[in-house]
Design a protein around this ligand. Structure first.
Ligand code: FAD
Ligand code: MLT
Ligand code: ZN
Length: 482
């Protein structure tokens, strides 16, 4: 398992699970939804990156909000700590226990409740898998406003809890905008009905926002209401090469002006990321003729008029070639070619896992400074590591990933705290879209002022006085426990 900087002590005020607890859960949920099977627990105790491992002896699978409420009410009264788990695709160690916390997975709560076909407002249970929601909407003429590489396993409740960003953010924006309502169960079992299905609402504090990105530390999300955009008929995807990062940036600002309303994704990867994918993923090839390109950019357009959209994109690409912003490029001719282009960008995470150990950073930075950090890191690490830069350039979100054959604390010491200090000195965010989890709970001060962290801790204590919800995550544990 990964590096060892997550030293926390088990909170001594937490109870230890006993057979009476297990029997109570069986009465509440039925035997088959109370999992003690070692193999199933082994999977649920380890995160997607295989970097964080807990020792939970119990996994609960509630089927309704009422059951979630009963579980939490009981755990709160017993002071049994819990970790809410969705698809377990999180990348910051937030979704697995640290010690023996009871795992609550609401994957069985996966019903679609309603879709307003005029407004596109979808209401569903929080255990729905993102890709299943997108497939359902496809037939109804809508799409989900978010899309990510983990779509086949991640749950909408997990997406909301991490405030996930992803590939459509540049077009449809943050979940803080598209989530219209939530149903949440609080630590003491109280069900908060905030499941609004209206776009505009200025009545008092918008409390649902507190739960978006709170990573299961304030409550368990059981239902979600989300505004879904109409599915438009024409999509085009270009895979382009640029000689330097300045050209990528320039291409971004030009595409925002010239492609305007049809621009639906703007992603980038560097040459090192391309190498990683070509080396470790089967069946992936570079669609551009062999030649050393330093950067690759994917530009997607989505609009309602095939001829107009194509003409617009082609004119833009021609102009960008002539002005030297693009050194080479290809436009996908069909859906299969488009998915092979996306596979390159979305496959980087998986390729990195196959290459060995990975130190993963997810940063928001001023766009013109973004790639300097990757270059600085290469100088710091020399031959000891591969340093990759890729991400959501349209949103100035850099994924800085450092790959080594094995975890090595001397490498880590070259990366941290430098990466956080550098980000902080540029007023960036140390987590653009993945959350803080266990990995960055103690690093929050690099992006938030002491007063802000203090207020967050007060909110945590107010909503979860026994601190049973996802302990040791998000906020510095020592301060939460005080
Ligand atoms: P989990 O991993 O199970 O949980 C994540 C956090 O949410 C944990 O803290 C957990 O306790 C909490 N949680 C889960 N469900 C609930 C609930 N119902 N109520 C309360 N708390 C809950 N992220 C991006 O933002 N953009 C990307 O482009 C992106 N791409 C990815 C690609 C790959 C290949 C992988 C593996 C991950 C990627 N991620 C990305 C990260 C991850 O998929 C997202 O963070 C996702 O939103 C997590 O959803 P999940 O259901 O797997 O949640
Ligand atoms: C991505 O954009 O590919 C994801 O956030 C996953 C990652 O950072 O590797
Ligand atoms: Zn991402």
């Amino acid at each position: 398992f990964g590096s060892t900087t997550f030293e926390v002590q088990r909170n001594p005020s937490f109870a230890t699970l006993n057979s009476e607890d297990v029997n109570r859960f069986k009465e509440m949920l039925g035997e088959k939804n109370v999992i003690e099977d070692e193999d199933r627990l082994a999977t649920a105790n380890i995160d997607w990156m295989r970097k964080y491992k807990g020792f939970s002896k119990l996994l609960l699978q509630p089927k309704s909000t009422q059951e979630v409420s009963e579980i939490l009410k009981y755990c709160n009264s017993r002071c049994l700590a819990v970790v809410p788990q969705g698809g377990n695709t999180g990348l910051v160690g937030g979704s697995v226990p640290v010690f023996d916390e009871v795992i609550i997975n609401i994957g069985s709560m996966n019903n679609i409740i309603s879709l307003d076909k005029v407004s596109g407002i979808l209401v569903c249970e929080a255990g729905c898998i993102l890709e299943n929601l997108d497939s359902f909407l496809l037939n109804e003429g809508f799409i989900m406003p978010l899309d990510l590489g983990a779509k086949g396993s991640c749950q909408i409740g997990g997406n909301v809890s991490t405030n996930a960003g992803g590939l459509r953010y540049v077009r449809y924006g943050s979940l803080h905008g598209s989530i219209l309502g939530l149903e949440v169960v609080q630590a003491n079992g109280t069900v908060l009905d905030m499941l609004g299905t209206i776009r505009k609402d200025s009545t008092g504090y918008d409390l649902k926002q507190l739960f978006i990105g709170s990573e299961g530390s304030l409550g368990i999300i059981t239902k979600v209401s989300i505004l879904t955009p109409p599915r438009l008929s024409s999509t085009n995807l270009a895979f382009l090469a640029c000689k330097d990062f300045f050209s990528c940036q320039k291409l971004l600002s030009e595409s925002k002006r010239k492609l305007g309303e049809v621009l639906s994704a703007f992603e980038f990867l560097d040459n090192q990321s391309m190498d990683m994918v070509l080396t470790y993923l089967d069946g992936v090839r570079n669609p551009l003729p062999p030649s050393v390109h330093n950067f690759y950019v994917l530009i997607e357009t989505t609009g309602s008029n095939e001829t107009h959209d194509k003409e617009k994109l082609e004119a833009f690409l021609l102009h960008s070639m002539e002005s030297g912003l693009i050194s080479d490029g290809v436009v996908a001719q069909d859906i299969n070619q488009a998915s092979s282009f996306w596979r390159i960008r979305e496959g980087i995470t998986e390729a990195l896992m196959k290459a060995g150990a990975v130190y993963k950073y997810d940063l928001s930075l001023p766009v013109e400074k973004m790639y300097n950090l990757v270059e600085k890191m290469r100088i710091r690490l020399g031959q000891r590591a591969k340093v990759l830069g890729y991400g959501h350039l349209g949103d100035a979100n850099l994924h800085l990933n450092i790959s080594t054959p094995e975890y090595d604390d001397t490498v880590l010491a070259q990366i941290e705290p430098f990466v956080y200090e550098w980000t902080s000195s540029h007023r960036g965010s140390i987590s653009a879209e993945h959350g803080l989890g266990l990995m960055k709970a103690n690093k929050i001060h690099y992006s938030k002022s002491p007063e802000t962290v203090e207020l967050m801790i007060s909110i945590k204590k107010l909503l979860d006085p026994n601190r049973i919800l996802n302990p040791y995550k998000v906020l510095p544990h020592s301060l939460v426990q005080e």
